[in-house]
Ligand binder design. Structure first.
Ligand SMILES: Cc1cc2nc3c(=O)[nH]c(=O)nc-3n(C[C@H](O)[C@H](O)[C@H](O)COP(=O)(O)OP(=O)(O)OC[C@H]3O[C@@H](n4cnc5c(N)ncnc54)[C@H](O)[C@@H]3O)c2cc1C
Length: 390
C-alpha cells in the first residue's frame, strides 16, 4: 500500500487530521487498533471549545453537533456552601463551550471518512513505524491475518498515550515532562436528566465533585477518589450518596438514575518535546496528557492536527518545509498554556493528600477571588472556552 500520510490511530486527532488532509486533496490511510464499535462507544471527554466546534463546522462535520450539542454559556463553582456562576460570553467577548460527547464526535468523523472513500482500517495489529529518519518511511501492520506495509511520505502518530509511535522514537531524542497526582476521578454516566443546566465544579472537604452531562437525558458525574480506587467498593447507592453529600445545597436535588457506565481515571500531566522525529509527527495524547479538570485533552488534540494539516499542506502544495520544521514549537505553546490551566484548576479544586489547614485556606482564597473578581474570572473563562491566540 502507498499513501501520502500514514495516520496511526482513529481517535479525534487521527480522524480530524485525515479529514482536513482530504479537504486539501492529500491522501492518507488511517490504521486503528480497535474495532469501529469499540471506538464509537468509548466514553471520554465531552466539552468542546468554541474553536473546536468552529473547526468541525468548517470541515462539514458539524451538522449533528450543531443540532444535538448543548451550548453552555457558563459554569458554576461551588465551595463554602454556595454556588458562583462564571459567565463566559460577558467575560470572553461572546464565546461559549458546547457539550457533545467525544464518542459522538468520533462517530461523525468516521461517517465522514467512510463517505470520502479513503481507507480507514480497524482492528489492525502489530503496528511498527519504520524509516522515519529517511525520505521513505513505512508502517508495518497486520490486518485480517495478513501482514501489510504502508509506504508513505509522512507518519502521523495519533495513537494516544499508550500507542507505539512515541515509543518508536530512539532513546535520547525526546524529553519528558510529567506530574502524577495522588488522586483520580470515579466517573459515572447515568440515565438521568442533568440536575443543573450547566457544569458544577464542586470543592468539598470530602473531595472534588463534578456535575456534567452528555444530553438532556444523560448525566455525567465524577468524584475525586484514590488513583487505584477499587470499583467493587462502590455499589451504585454509595456513589449517589457520596455525590449528594458533596453537592448538597439547600433547595437543590440531584437526579438519580440507572448507572450505565462506571470507571476510574488516573490524573496525570505529561508532555514530550519535541513532537517530531524525522518524518514522524506526534499529535494529541500521543505527545501530551492533561488532567481532565480543565476539559482540554480532546481540544488540544484537535488544535495540534489543525496546525499539522496546514504544515503538511504547505509541504505537499508548495514544497515548503518551514511549517513542518516549526510544528513542534508552534503547538507546544498552546499545549503548555493548557497544561498550566489544567494543573491550576486541578490544584485549586481537589483535596490534597497530606495537605493541611493552610492548603485549604489557600484554595478557598483562590476560589473566592475567582468568584468575586471579574478579572480573575475572565482568566478562567478565556482559558476554559479556549484561547484564540497563544
Ligand atoms: C479514560 C479516559 C477518560 C477521559 N475523560 C476525559 C474527560 O472527561 N474530559 C476531557 O476533557 N478529556 C478526557 N479524556 C482525554 C481525551 O479523551 C483525550 O485527550 C482525547 O481522546 C485525545 O485524542 P487522541 O486522538 O489524541 O487520542 P485517543 O482518543 O486516545 O485516540 C488514539 C487512538 O489510537 C488507537 N491506537 C492506540 N495504539 C494503537 C496502535 N498501536 N495502532 C493503531 N491504533 C492505535 C487507539 O485505539 C485510539 O483509538 C479522557 C481520556 C481517557 C483515556
Amino acid at each position: 500500500m502507498r499513501t501520502e500520510v500514514g495516520i496511526v490511530g482513529a481517535g479525534p486527532a487521527g480522524l480530524v487530521l485525515a479529514h482536513l488532509l482530504h479537504l486539501r486533496g492529500i491522501d492518507s490511510v488511517v490504521l486503528e487498533a480497535r474495532g469501529r464499535e469499540y471506538v464509537e462507544r468509548r466514553i471520554r471527554a465531552g466539552v468542546l471549545e468554541q474553536g473546536t466546534v468552529d473547526l468541525l463546522d468548517e470541515m462539514g462535520v458539524g451538522e449533528r453537533l450543531r443540532r444535538e450539542g448543548l451550548v453552555h454559556e457558563g459554569i458554576e463553582l461551588q465551595f463554602g456552601g454556595e454556588r458562583h456562576r462564571i459567565d463566559f460570553p460577558s467575560l470572553t467577548g461572546g464565546r461559549a463551550i458546547t457539550v457533545y460527547g467525544q464518542q459522538e464526535v468520533v462517530k461523525d468523523l468516521i461517517a465522514a471518512r467512510i463517505e470520502t472513500g479513503r481507507p480507514l482500517l480497524f482492528e489492525v495489529g502489530d503496528v511498527t513505524v519504520n524509516g522515519v529518519e529517511t525520505d521513505a518511511p513505512s508502517i508495518g501492520f497486520v490486518h485480517d491475518g495478513e501482514r501489510g506495509e504502508l509506504r508513505c511520505e509522512f507518519v502521523a502518530g495519533c495513537d494516544g498515550y499508550h500507542g507505539v509511535c512515541r515509543e518508536s522514537i530512539p532513546a535520547g531524542v525526546l524529553t519528558e515532562f510529567s506530574r502524577e497526582y495522588p488522586f483520580g476521578w470515579l466517573g459515572i454516566l447515568a440515565e438521568a436528566p442533568p440536575s443543573n443546566d450547566e457544569l458544577i465544579y464542586c470543592y468539598h472537604e470530602r473531595g472534588f465533585a463534578l456535575h456534567s452531562m452528555r444530553s438532556p437525558t444523560l448525566t455525567r458525574l465524577y468524584l475525586q477518589c484514590r488513583p487505584d480506587e477499587d470499583l467493587d467498593e462502590w455499589p451504585d447507592d454509595r456513589i449517589w450518596d457520596e455525590l449528594e453529600r458533596r453537592f448538597a445545597l439547600e433547595g437543590w436535588m440531584l437526579n438519580r438514575g440507572e448507572i450505565v457506565e462506571k470507571g476510574v481515571t488516573g490524573m496525570r500531566s505529561f508532555v514530550v518535546e519535541p513532537m517530531q522525529f524525522g518524518r514522524l509527527f506526534l499529535a494529541g495524547d500521543a505527545a501530551h496528557i492533561v488532567p481532565p479538570t480543565g476539559a482540554k485533552g480532546l481540544n488540544l488534540a484537535v488544535a495540534d492536527v489543525r496546525i499539522l494539516a496546514d504544515a503538511l499542506a504547505a509541504w505537499f502544495e508548495h514544497g515548503d518545509e518551514s511549517r513542518l520544521a516549526g510544528y513542534s514549537a508552534e503547538v507546544l505553546r498552546r499545549i503548555w498554556r493548557a497544561e498550566h490551566f489544567s494543573w491550576w484548576m486541578t490544584s485549586m479544586l481537589h483535596r490534597l493528600e497530606g495537605g493541611d489547614a493552610f492548603d485549604v485556606k489557600l484554595q478557598l482564597a483562590q476560589l473566592a477571588y475567582v468568584a468575586s473578581s471579574p478579572r480573575a474570572a475572565a482568566s478562567l473563562a478565556e482559558n476554559y472556552v479556549g484561547l484564540e491566540r497563544v
